[in-house]
Every structure is written in C-alpha cells, then in structure tokens.
Design a binder for this molecule. Structure first.
Ligand code: AMP
Ligand code: ZN
Length: 482
C-alpha cells in the first residue's frame, strides 16, 4: 500500500517533492485555523477538507500523524497587512458581547461543520489566547536583532532575514500593491508582531508585555504554536492560497529569525519542509464573502436539503490546487454522484454476502491504482474515479467491497454508513414530514394495486401541492423529492 512514493506540491519551491519525514515514520502537520469572529463559509471549509484529505493520506501511507489546527481568537485584523481593526474586537463591539462569548460560539459552529463534513479531529485544536506567554517569549527572543519599536507596536524588519517573500514570489519593496499604512516602518512589508493598545483606549483582549499593554500580531501565533507543538522544522504547513502572500511569508520570516537560520534555498529554514495551499472556492459572482450576497454556510446547504457530504464530494471532485466554482447545480450533481456510489456500495455489500471469497490479487491491483492516484499530490478526482470503478465491478464483490472500505478511509465519504435515504433532498422549511410522505406513498401504492387510479392520482396531486415530487421508476431510486 505504501509502495508508490507520496509526492506533494511544495509552494515554497513550486515543485512536486517526494515526502520524506523529518522524524522517521512520523508526519507532523500544522494547518492555519479559522478566525472565529463569524461563521465559516463553505470556502473556508474547503481548506479543512483539503487538510483532512492530506492527513488521511499520510495515515494511509502508514505515517503516525500529528495534526494541529489552531483557532485564531486574537490578532487577525480586517486587513491582512497592518491596517484595520482586530476582527474579533470589531464583531464583539458590533454585537455588544464579550469576545470570549463570540469566540466560543463561532468555534463551536466551526466544529459542527468539521463533524458534518467528516473531517477527522486533529491531535489538538490549539487556541491562540492560550499561548500569549509563549508568544511574548518568542518575540523577546528575536526583538533585538530583528525588530524595532514604534508608537503602535513592535515591528519585524523583513530586511533582517534572507529571501523574505520567496513563498509569495513577491518583490519586497513596493511589491504586490502593498501600501505602507504605518508611518515609520522601515520597509513596506514590515509587520507588527505586537500591537500596543493606543493610549486612552482599552481593548477587551490585552496583555502586559515588555512593549506595553497590547495584543500579539496574527502571524506570531502560528509561528509559536507550530514551534511549541511540533518543533522546527516540522513536515507540512497548510493554509488557503491567500496565506501564500502575507501570512505565511511573515510566519516564515519569524521562524528564520527564531532559529537563526539562513536563506530559503534550504526549505527547512522556513520552519516547515513543505508548504501546501489549497486554491479557492469561488462564486460565479466573484470572491466568496461572509457579508455580501447569500452567505454560503454549510448550514444553508443543509437547510436547502443537501446532505453535507455532498459538499465534501464536491471538494473531492476537484484537485485542491484548482479553483472550484460553487453552484447549486454543481452541488446537486455531486449529491447524485455520491448517491450512485452509495447505491453501488449497497449492491456490492449484498452480493458480497452471497459470494464471500476474497481475491487477494484483485484487491492489490485496485488498491494500488487508488494509491497511485492519491500519492500523486492528492489527486482526489482520479482516486474517486478508481473508487467508482471498484464499486461497479461485477466480479469478486467481497474483495471489491473490502477495497472500497479501505479507499474510503482516505475519501472520508462515510460510504459504509450512508444510505440512499440519508441523501434525499429535504429542505428544512418543507411543510410535510417524511413520515407523512411515506404514509401517503403507501396509500397510493395500495390504491394502485387495487386499480383505483383516481385515488392514486389525487394522492400524487396533493403531494405535489405540498412540494413533493413523486418519482416513479427513477433509476436512482430517489422515489420522491421535496
Ligand atoms: P480565516 O478564518 O479567514 O482565517 O480562513 C480560514 C481558512 O480558509 C484559511 O486557510 C483561508 O486561507 C481559507 N479560505 C478563505 N477563503 C477561502 C475560499 N473562498 N476558498 C478556500 N479557502 C478559503
Ligand atoms: Zn496561520
């Protein structure tokens, strides 16, 4: 199963690289987590489906996985540069609530989506505010050589490390439209690692530090939690592609400073060996946003009647480095695809009960092909096609069923537990319950058996009026749809 070497695309080198662990037999992964000032949108969740597939693949390849995902409850400003307010402070003020309550509410909402998408729990959810002392220590350690103080805070001087911005492939000065927003910065790309509370203001979240009362910069927290929990260098750091531009280059600069490391021709000097980034989920109308248009939360998909794993299927259909466009038709198609797979699986299971002989050679061939696909920089579209081919193969059902269960350890579609009934479209605001629908359909069946077509048609019409479409003879066996 682990014959094919695992190849992953490293954003730092812009090359496919063979995965060789820092610690033999182990894989240590850090994923930038959500900022819990609002509900995550499904674009954010794509980042965690991707990190989950990566983690599952590392487990499949036999590595002992330690995965950390952080929860950002302080420090992330409304602008990824140093302009704007702390997102958490802003939301708390708007809602007249404590930041801690806001953080708790949205962290729990995020975890609910994680569970619904069958994303495995990491070894630890590390909460940024639990690491303030460690952040201050880290900053103290690099301040003399790499930082300078302004009225607004302690700033990192990016010219003090080699190859700053290599990850972004950006020019440091005047680069990428970055605007100098803080007077006194030495370089446009310099960033705050500690933000002082302005005189005369109080923040809900602030701590004492050698640079005055204030709060840590967002990039600092990930450097610190990565180092504390996984040790430098660790194997893989993940995040959405937006982090390739500012957040991760800044994290890397801090890591270089902390380790006293040289330039980035040696990838491990960045703090991690491989940096991986998922591309965006986009809407036809443009960038996905929590504020404009329809706020695409997973719960909205569920309210409209779609099983959350249909969204996971949608993510798996695309390679993580490709942009993925969200549409309701696309989600419907992913749901149908999942349903076909589940139905094939049900048939396979029934056949396996009748013919239980295992064919070890068949098993190895299909599992190997699946392994090839997933080892090729997590090629889930190909892996999925392999799983589907296995599901409809008409020989050796017991073997194929077994192979499919193993593949699903990587795909994470819960194929063993889902039934086609679970995948029925059922909007939340439907005026009729499923039990009522089933009872009516039974009455209709009896009427038809008795050749009472008038009653049968009347039942069909009344169901239609309640929004239920009866789907006689539907090849996918939906039977009805709301
Ligand atoms: P945030 O809560 O804003 O820190 O974002 C959480 C994660 O979602 C980060 O890894 C982002 O890079 C990622 N992300 C944000 N928007 C999208 C999107 N539209 N598609 C995919 N990933 C995204
Ligand atoms: Zn981060």
């Amino acid at each position: 199963m682990t014959d094919t070497p695992l190849k992953l695309f490293n954003s730092l080198t812009r090359e496919l690289e063979e995965f060789t662990p820092v610690h033999p037999g182990e894989a240590r992964v850090y994923s930038c987590g959500p900022t819990v000032y609002n509900y995550p949108h499904i674009g954010n969740m794509r980042a965690y489906v991707f990190a989950d597939v990566l983690g599952r693949t590392l487990s499949w390849k036999g590595y002992k996985l330690t995965h950390i995902i952080n929860i950002t409850d302080v420090g992330h400003l409304t602008d990824d540069g140093d302009a704007g307010e702390d997102k958490m402070e802003k939301m708390a003020a708007a809602k007249a609530q404590s930041i801690w309550d806001i953080a708790k509410h949205y962290t729990e909402a995020f975890w609910a989506d994680v569970k619904a998408l069958n994303i495995r729990e990491p070894a630890k959810w590390s909460v940024a505010t639990d690491y303030i002392d460690e952040m201050i220590d880290f900053a103290k350690g690099i301040a003399d050589q790499h930082c300078y103080e302004l009225d607004s805070g302690l700033y990192f001087d990016v010219s003090t490390v080699a190859d700053y911005g290599r990850l972004a492939r950006a020019v440091t000065e005047e680069g990428e439209g970055r605007i100098e927003t803080v007077a006194g910065k030495r370089n446009a790309a310099d960033f705050a690692i500690w933000r002082k509370t302005p005189a005369g203001e109080t923040r809900q979240m602030e701590w004492d530090s050698p640079w005055g009362k204030g709060a840590p910069g967002w990039h600092l927290e990930c450097s610190v939690m990565g180092e504390k929990l996984l040790g430098f260098p660790f194997d893989i750091h993940t995040g959405g592609i937006d982090h390739r531009e500012i957040h991760h280059p800044n994290e890397i600069a801090q890591n270089q400073a902390f380790c006293g490391c040289g330039g980035l021709s040696e990838a491990t000097n960045s703090g991690a060996k491989i940096w991986m980034h998922n591309n965006f989920l986009v809407e036809r109308s443009g960038k996905m946003s929590k504020s404009s248009g329809e706020f695409l939360r997973l719960q909205l998909l569920v309210d409209k009647g779609y099983h959350p794993l249909a969204y996971r299927m949608m993510c798996l259909q695309a390679h993580y480095r490709s942009e993925l466009e969200f549409s309701w038709e696309g989600l419907g198609a992913a749901l149908t695809r999942l349903k076909r797979l589940v139905m094939a699986m049900e048939k396979l299971k029934a056949a396996a009960l009748l013919s239980s002989t295992q064919q070890e050679d068949v098993h190895s061939v299909v599992v190997e092909q699946f392994d090839d696909a997933i080892s090729d920089d997590l090629n889930t579209p190909r892996a999925l096609a392999m799983a589907e081919a296995t599901a409809v193969a008409d020989k050796f059902p017991a073997t194929n069923y077994d192979s499919l269960l193993r593949m699903d350890k990587v795909l994470g579609l819960r194929l063993e537990y889902l039934s086609r009934i679970d995948l029925r479209i059922r909007p939340k605001d439907a005026a009729i319950t499923e039990d009522e629908i089933e009872a009516e359909l039974l009455r209709r069946k009896q009427a038809r058996a008795a050749k009472d077509f008038a009653t049968s048609d009347a039942i069909r019409d009344s169901l239609a009026a309640a929004g239920v479409e009866v789907m006689d003879g539907d090849p996918l066996g939906w039977e009805w749809k709301l």
